[in-house]
Design a protein around this ligand. Structure first.
Ligand code: KG4
Ligand code: ZN
Length: 338
């Protein structure tokens, strides 16, 4: 088997990322985060496109340099086709098309959501790959989905959020508490020192495997407003307990649906991905579920859970093996299903 070298480019949201893979192994994985958005409390699409435009060449250069690969050695270029912000996607796809054309090598289009799922197939020491079929829980600032994965390109969304993503639930709750954006990691930090049962928030009633998080945010807002009338220092005095209770509620919402998904599909292998899978409470709960319910859970290396290009590269590698290539007339798509 000849070695395959893939350059992968990810630019769907606010991170400009490039990676080099040698078959299923990551040689380099470079991400330029756009900190500009923090002061706005969320991603500003126009600013994201401009920053991608500035970052893309240096990021690709850095990926090649760190991998110690010459561009002439590349077998193909993979890029994120969607879903994502159109202006952001266009920067990555235009760059990938031009470079593939210049080097006269194949171009590969990758679905960002499939990439989050297939990130589990990146070869890493001490990380086991899931076996088909498995369930993938993809949780980030932009996504909340349960996916039944039967094969590399045979996957089906069996549950998803009907409003906010779980990362937004963390970030919006944090904002109510006066914490800076993105507040998810801070809620996690304070939650570790608090009592998860201190306060009770009602869980949404959503049928089937779908999720809803916007009601929780409103419940927290009203709760905090009411408590502040009684005691203006309520948040400061109870921050750890509030964060622990919010996190506990979110974890229960996720676990209720996962349990239902396992019951409905009979599949007990669960692989998680997306930025929120960094959450220590979620990780611990899933680890405990292995003993409690006989599940087998997979959590990839942290750098492969948030938006990154290595996950685009592993899909690119699979598509290279299948010879699934695109012409340069391929278009970016803000929305795509699998
Ligand atoms: O995957 P990601 O980096 O970007 C996308 O949204 O695609 O995910 C970012 C989200 C943010 O909402 C952030 O608050 C959340 O992941 N997050 C966390 C933690 N680390 C990141 N949420 C809870 N606990 C964490 N430790
Ligand atoms: Zn993502």
């Amino acid at each position: 088997n000849p070695e395959v070298f893939i350059l992968a480019i990810e630019s769907s949201c606010d991170d400009t990322a490039a990676a080099i893979l040698q078959n299923d192994k990551v040689l380099s994985n470079v991400v330029a985060n756009q900190l500009i958005h923090n002061q706005y409390g969320g991603v500003v699409p126009e600013l994201a496109s401009r920053a991608h435009q500035q970052n893309i060449v240096p990021v690709v250069d850095a990926a090649l340099r760190k991998a110690n690969i010459q561009k002439e050695q590349l077998s193909a270029i993979a890029f994120t086709q969607g879903p994502g912000l159109m202006g952001s996607l266009l920067v990555g796809s235009s760059f990938a098309k031009s470079m593939a054309l210049a080097l006269q090598i194949p171009l590969i289009a990758v679905n960002h959501m499939q990439a989050h799922v297939l990130a589990h197939f990146i070869a890493e020491e001490n990380f086991e790959k899931p076996k088909f079929p498995f369930l993938a829980l993809t949780i980030s600032g932009g996504h909340t989905q349960i996916i039944k994965v039967d094969d590399f390109f045979e996957m089906k969304v069996i549950g998803e959020t009907t409003d906010d993503a779980v990362g937004e639930a963390f970030d919006k709750s944090a904002k109510i508490l006066g914490l800076p954006y993105p507040g998810g990691p801070l809620i996690d930090k304070y939650a570790q020192l608090g009592n998860p049962k201190a306060f009770v928030f009602t869980k949404p009633k959503v049928p089937g495997l779908d999720f809803s998080f916007s009601g929780l945010k409103t419940a927290i807002l009203y709760f905090i407003q009411k408590k502040k009338i009684e005691n203006s220092n309520f948040v400061d005095e109870n921050l750890n307990d509030i964060c622990a209770s919010i996190q506990h509620t979110i974890i229960e919402i996720l676990m209720d649906k996962l349990k239902l998904a396992v019951k409905e599909t009979g599949i007990k292998q669960i692989a998680i991905g997306g930025g929120v899978s960094a959450n220590s409470g979620i990780r611990n709960t899933l680890k405990k579920a292995e003993d409690l319910y006989g599940w087998k859970t997979f959590v990839p290396k942290f750098e492969y859970t948030t938006d990154n290009a290595a996950m685009i590269g592993i899909v690119g590698y699979q598509k290279f093996l299948n010879q699934t290539f695109e012409t340069s007339s391929v278009v970016s798509k803000a929305r795509i299903q699998f």
